[in-house]
Design a protein around this ligand. Sequence first.
Ligand code: F6P
Length: 329
Amino acid sequence: MTMQEIDCLGVYTSGGDAPGMNACLRAVVRTALANDLEVMGIRRGYEGMIEGDFVEMERRSVSNIVQSGGTILKSARSEAFRTEEGRQQAAAHLRENGIDALVAIGGDGTFRGASKLYDEHGFAVVGCPGTIDNDLYGTDQTIGYDTALNTAIDNIDRIRDTADAHNRLFLVEVMGRDAGFIALNCGIGGGAELILIPETITEMGMVKERILSLMTAQRRSTIVVVAEGDELGGAQGIERALRDDDAFSDIELRSAILGHTQRGGAPTASDRVLASRLGVGAVESLLDGHADVMVGLTNGELKLTPLRNVYGRRKSIDYDLLKLTQILS
Ligand code: F6P
């Protein structure tokens, strides 16, 4: 595809929102306008695409949003888009509005859907990786991850103060249904004594043994960071098991689930810059004729990866980092 073949660009955010999505939207809209394209915002991701919930975007539509969390276009997880009928309706609305190319900001599910729009209906789509989970292959970091990580660390620091004051054991659950990037890195950065992630096998026997040995070695407090997707059932699953065990009857235990606090808030500088670079990169890639790819940042350079390789693969955590906790705690 050449530059002249794109007249109108559609942009949407989909799946779990992530801080920095707005900065990315701003970059997409302003780059497209600078290249004389019309821009349509699609509200609520694939749900809005199916319903034809579109809004024309101008320079001012994205003023003063670089610093805000959430997404001005709103987001959704769409069941209807998983059906062929749903996708046909969405494609019809895109055509009616003259949209001939798309930038999709989101994660794994967003890119699966985007790739279907390309395969089944021929829309040129470029993805920008936006998810706090940081689990997307093809980019060192996803938009929103750095902010979520810093929110988690900030909360762990606060929890440490009160844990220390009472010599308590805290189970801190962070987000990450299938991935332990937040848990691993906020655990290391927050000085957690134990980190439990979905990528490794976690045995309750090992968890109990480690906590008992840490807390009987005259420690002032112990923090266990657990990813929500860990197979022991997150903080609540572990808490139940510990409360049922007499060996823990003298240990004061509390759980804190950080949950959606990690999804909100102003994006960090790093997320704003990443989001801006990826947004510009996505539009420029479309203008250069690329489609069905995600634009990521690897070793400081923009890199394109076919969408099917992104949702078909899993980004691996750094197992050396896990070993660090054992040395440091
Ligand atoms: O994918 C991002 C994420 O925040 C996961 O870490 C979490 O499991 C999930 O979204 C929660 O989704 P929802 O907000 O739809 O409950």
